[in-house]
Design a protein around this ligand. Structure first.
Ligand code: MG
Length: 403
């Protein structure tokens, strides 16, 4: 079924509310002001979700099925990085670029046959369920606009039950831009009260096409520089961050504070090059830094010493207990284009070690997507974020000076 809404009963879904009355959830003060003044910033009453990469992580299954298609056509497989860089929606453009001579029906048949076999690997994304519950508690109307085939959605919905939180799913939509106006019209959605949340440029373009708000999430296919290119209202690391923003602003989708604002202060962070017995350094890759490789670390909390913050952050992000902590240098990181949002960090950079003889078992939390133990020289050949490059070059210079 292409480019058409799927009746809810086909997917085992039933609209939760016929006519949600989001105004009931406004504090009386805001409601009165909105009625009288009429120029209060709009609150978000309707959320249109993308599915893949926004509510669920299906990238491994989609990559597997895509490589199956490429193999059937006698083409070499794509790495995860290559796929993320090249895959785009509508996916007809992706296939026209890579397999222009094979009919779409054949490509679809290969893809879906394989996807059916591997979609057991699809999992819900962290924060997704809580965000859906948050929308329901606030009386926010929820819709889904996805390219996902209705059959696959039904299988995945049986596993995670997310359909229970969605008032109306639109599935199998190849070009979402061609559907958005119909959705807005059918549900009488006011554009400035409606946000589309997605992980791809096409999602942001769709929102702009419909004249609605847009939020890019970094939990899916596109990296932050790709999302930035499409110009969403906000980019967030994940739905949990968006929930915090909406809760703090009474459901308004506020812009990031302008960089020139005097009320804004730099953020103090700590990070470390962690070394093991073999003098290898732990590199982690995170979507927050344009999918580039870097070091683990994070923000210092109020009242916390910087070294305590470092020990805590490294434990949270890598599960490693470190010792022999040495301060190396401090860096300003101001308006970095590599970071997913405009910010000013003061980066306190350290080096430290995992205890000798202890098997360093790295367990990443959701903030990083990959890790490697490599020599300093190998690390410097990787696609590093700039502050990490500065730190590792300083470590190499120190090493050379020590010899
Ligand atoms: Mg997506």
């Amino acid at each position: 079924m292409l480019c058409s809404a799927v009746p809810a009963f086909l997917c085992g879904l039933a609209p939760r509310r016929k006519e949600p009355h989001a105004w009931r959830f406004l504090p009386p003060s805001q409601l009165d002001l909105a009625a009288v003044v009429g120029n209060v910033a709009p609150v978000i009453r309707n959320v249109i979700f993308d599915w893949s990469g926004t509510l669920v992580d299906d990238l491994p299954a989609v990559l597997d099925a895509t490589n199956h298609v490429l193999a059937q056509a006698g083409m070499p497989p794509m790495s995860r990085e290559q796929f993320r860089a090249e895959f785009k929606l509508p996916f007809t453009g992706f296939y026209e670029q890579h397999l222009p001579n094979i009919p779409m029906e054949q490509l679809e048949a290969w893809f879906h046959a394989r996807f059916r076999e591997v979609q057991g690997s699809v999992v819900e994304l962290p924060h997704a369920r809580r965000f859906l519950e948050f929308c329901r508690a606030r009386g926010v109307r929820t819709l889904l606009l996805s390219t996902m085939h209705p059959d696959h959605f039904a299988v995945q919905n049986r596993a995670n039950g997310f359909g229970n939180y969605l008032d109306h799913p639109y599935l199998g939509v190849w070009d979402k831009r061609k559907k958005i106006h119909e959705i807005l019209r059918d549900h009488d959605l006011k554009p400035d009260e409606t946000v589309f949340i997605g992980d791809m440029e096409h999602d942001i373009e769709t929102a702009k096409h419909g004249g609605i708000r847009s939020v890019g999430v970094l939990t899916g296919y596109n990296a932050s520089h790709q999302l930035h290119r499409a110009g969403p209202d906000r980019i967030v690391e994940h739905l949990g961050e968006l929930q915090d923003i909406l809760e703090a602003a009474g459901m308004e989708l506020v812009s990031a504070v302008p960089s020139g604002s005097e009320s804004r202060r730099p953020v103090v962070t700590v990070g470390a090059a962690i070394l093991d017995d073999a003098e290898r350094v732990l590199m982690v890759r995170t979507h927050k830094w344009s999918n580039r490789w870097g070091i683990p670390g994070g923000k210092v909390k109020f009242g916390e010493s910087s070294e305590s913050a470092l020990v805590r952050e490294l434990k949270e992000e890598t599960n490693l207990d470190v010792r022999d902590i040495e301060f190396v240098l401090v860096q300003d990181c101001i308006h970095s284009k590599e970071f997913y949002r405009d910010d000013h960090f003061v980066l306190l950079n350290y080096r430290c070690r995992v205890p000798a003889g202890v098997k360093a078992e790295v367990r990443l939390n959701e903030e990083a997507q990959d890790y490697r133990w490599v020599t300093l020289e190998t690390a410097l050949e990787m696609d590093l974020n700039q502050p990490t490059r500065v730190l590792l070059e300083a470590l190499r210079a120190n090493k050379t000076a020590d010899v």
